[in-house]
Write a protein that binds this ligand. Structure first.
Ligand code: C2G
Length: 140
């Protein structure tokens, strides 16, 4: 039973997130997602999520690849999560390449950076929606 963990905000859930979660699950049999809390997003990651934690958790729990969602409320919990949930593999997008190699050296787990889906991002979605609403308001 290979247990996999990944972390993220997963706000305005889109197919890039789904691609990552599918690929992460394919690395094992059980996938845990450490979901960034609203406070962690705001105070540590400098981003305000559109959907609050409980709604983002509800969305993730509906995804067939996800077996468990836990809160991510600090940067340092990864090492303890590895022990607590007997993790074998840590997976995250390659925008983080190299940043979590210490987990392999400190705990012996496998650390995998997966390619991001390049053309989609929550930031781009928000920008496009803003532009679309501006275009519509110009037409009236
Ligand atoms: N992702 C992806 N393709 C995209 C967008 C995101 O593969 N087009 C991946 C990211 O690489 C990440 C996961 O989806 O592995 C979640 O993305 P975010 O919610 O942006 O997560 P992030 O803010 O990077 O948080 O401690 C780790 C952090 O909590 C990671």
């Amino acid at each position: 039973m290979n247990r996999v963990i990944t972390y993220g905000t997963f706000d305005l859930l889109h197919y890039g997130h789904i691609n990552l979660l599918r690929a992460a699950k394919q690395k094992g049999d059980y996938l845990i997602v450490g979901l960034s809390t609203d406070e962690f997003n705001l105070n540590q990651k400098g981003k305000k999520s559109y959907f609050p934690y409980e709604k983002r958790k509800q969305l993730l729990e509906a995804i067939r690849y996800v077996d468990l969602v836990i809160p991510e409320d600090n940067w340092a919990q990864k090492q303890t999560d590895v022990e607590k949930y007997t993790i074998d593999t840590f997976v995250i997008g390659d925008d983080w390449a190299g940043k979590f190699d210490f987990l392999a050296t400190e705990t012996g787990i496998e650390v995998i950076y997966l390619p991001r889906t390049p053309e989609v991002s929550t930031t781009q979605i928000k920008a496009d929606l803003t532009n679309m609403s501006e275009d519509i308001s110009k037409d009236f």
